[in-house]
Design a binder for this molecule. Structure first.
Ligand code: HQG
Length: 184
């Protein structure tokens, strides 16, 4: 399978396993899992055909490890990034490093200054442990601006942090007083 095809399937999986399973008549359980066999069948019925081996390869080689199988590989889910309200991926709360980073773009800064970092359409605010990754996240929307979040201070004040299976730090809200806006 070529890279273009892998990417196409990965994008399709993100859509179905995070946002719109109903698009192909699929149901996710409350932990985000769905049957691999049903996913293969229903995708194919809706014009997106791939084999179990191809799915395996997409999950294994995905650049951000977006998806996981359960132990016996009968079920699959997205590790994070859901907008579906009735899916919760349980991750343990974890002590974050002193600083985490958020990549965004200039047009959002006035609103972030006023309201802090909000979940917007996702279930959590997504933060990166390194500047490089945050830059990539911001670049999806234009020239990236990197905000530094005082996660250590927030943690001391009892804000909860979660670490997703693929290494993304998640929290519910970053109030503006914990964001460094210097130079902006
Ligand atoms: C911005 C991708 C105005 C926020 C990435 C961001 C990441 C505000 C956008 C993951 C705001 C939301 C998440 C406020 C936040 N006012 N704008 N108060 N608070 N924003 O896509 O962090 O490929 O939901 O800065 O690589 O960009 O999907 O979040 O620009 O890991 O796996 O509102 O998604 O990963 O956008 O990206 P998103 P994000 P995947």
């Amino acid at each position: 399978m070529n890279e273009k095809n892998t990417k196409r399937i990965s994008k399709f999986l993100s859509l179905i396993l995070r946002h719109q399973p109903e698009k192909i008549g699929l149901k996710l359980d409350i932990n985000g899992w769905t049957s691999v066999e049903e996913l293969l069948n229903k995708s194919s019925n809706n014009g997106v055909s791939f084999t179990k081996e191809e799915l395996d390869l997409v999950v294994k080689t995905n650049d951000k490890q977006r998806f996981s199988f359960n132990e016996d590989k009968t079920k699959i889910r997205a590790n994070q990034g859901h907008s579906l309200k009735n899916v919760t991926i349980v991750t343990e709360t974890k002590t974050p490093p002193p600083f985490l980073y958020h990549g965004t773009v200039a047009k959002f800064i006035p609103s972030i200054k006023e309201n802090g970092l909000q979940k917007m359409s996702r279930q959590h605010v997504h933060l990166s442990s390194d500047v490089e990754t945050a830059k990539k996240v911001g670049s999806r929307r234009g020239k990236p601006i990197i905000l530094t979040v005082q996660s250590g201070v927030m943690h001391k004040k009892n804000y909860e942090f979660f670490l997703s299976e693929n290494g993304v730090w998640l929290t519910n809200l970053v109030p503006t007083e914990f964001i460094n806006f210097e130079d902006l």
